[in-house]
Design a protein around this ligand. Sequence first.
Ligand SMILES: Nc1ncnc2c1ncn2[C@@H]1O[C@H](COP(=O)(O)OP(=O)(O)OP(=O)(O)O)[C@@H](O)[C@H]1O
Ligand SMILES: [Mg+2]
Length: 263
Amino acid sequence: MSLTEQTRSEILRVDSVSKTFGAVRALHDVSLSVSEGECRGIIGANGAGKSTLFRIIARHMSSDSGHVSYRGKSLAHSPAHSLAGMGLAIVFQEALPFQDMTVQENIMVGGHSTLRHGFLAAMLKTPSRRVEENEIRTRSWEIIDRLGLSDIANEHAQELPFGMQRLVQIGRALCGRPRLLLLDEPASGLRFQERNALAEVLKKLISEGLTVMLVEHDVRFVFSLAESITVLDLGEVIAEGTPQEIRENPQVIEAYLGTAANA
Ligand SMILES: Nc1ncnc2c1ncn2[C@@H]1O[C@H](COP(=O)(O)OP(=O)(O)OP(=O)(O)O)[C@@H](O)[C@H]1O
Ligand SMILES: [Mg+2]
């Protein structure tokens, strides 16, 4: 372990998490630890348990056993909707929830988790609340610019292809100013140039201190961004290491990389 790794604090810890669906063992005794500022790639074949792991971290489902903690605190009693306000944002492969809202409006909704003045202030449209709304609006336009979404900022979500909707979901998550961002296959459905643009944006955000966990089948994409990789196979962690170590690991080659089309 390098000196920098020793001095960085842990942001997320998964301890011996297991989950079964009937006869399917989706996760078995999965443990991992992610440090502040790290980009961790999670790879593995279809059905390896990657999205299940994210759903458990996101509190969309509970594990059969094991624990997840964020910034030293157990998430066992944190409802899913409270996580964004804690700085933990997760983007799944789902369509945008507000299909009749524009791209800019959808992104702005993500900023509401950072509001300090609540419901009553919103009803009364107090000056402090208006200042906050304006801050979020400004932030949403900055994110639109960064993600290269300016041309479609006023289009409705329902008019966008699925890949672009995911990019907007990422924008929405960023508007909540996350410390830790979990992305489930962010590059799927994006064209080559959109993928490269997304990789550049993520690189910049990571260099600014954002911690990222990235599930991705595009091995080139994940290896170019991640500092460390965890490999899942049939619900178990079979390897963890730097991209170089993972690329050369015979068990990983056998279980996944050997068959990954773009390895
Ligand atoms: N809600 C569910 N009900 C029943 N089985 C499920 C459910 N969610 C996942 N599974 C099963 O659990 C296993 C792990 O699924 P998961 O979606 O986590 O895999 P994954 O690694 O994300 O795969 P992919 O790369 O295809 O997205 C699979 O066998 C899947 O069929
Ligand atoms: Mg998945």
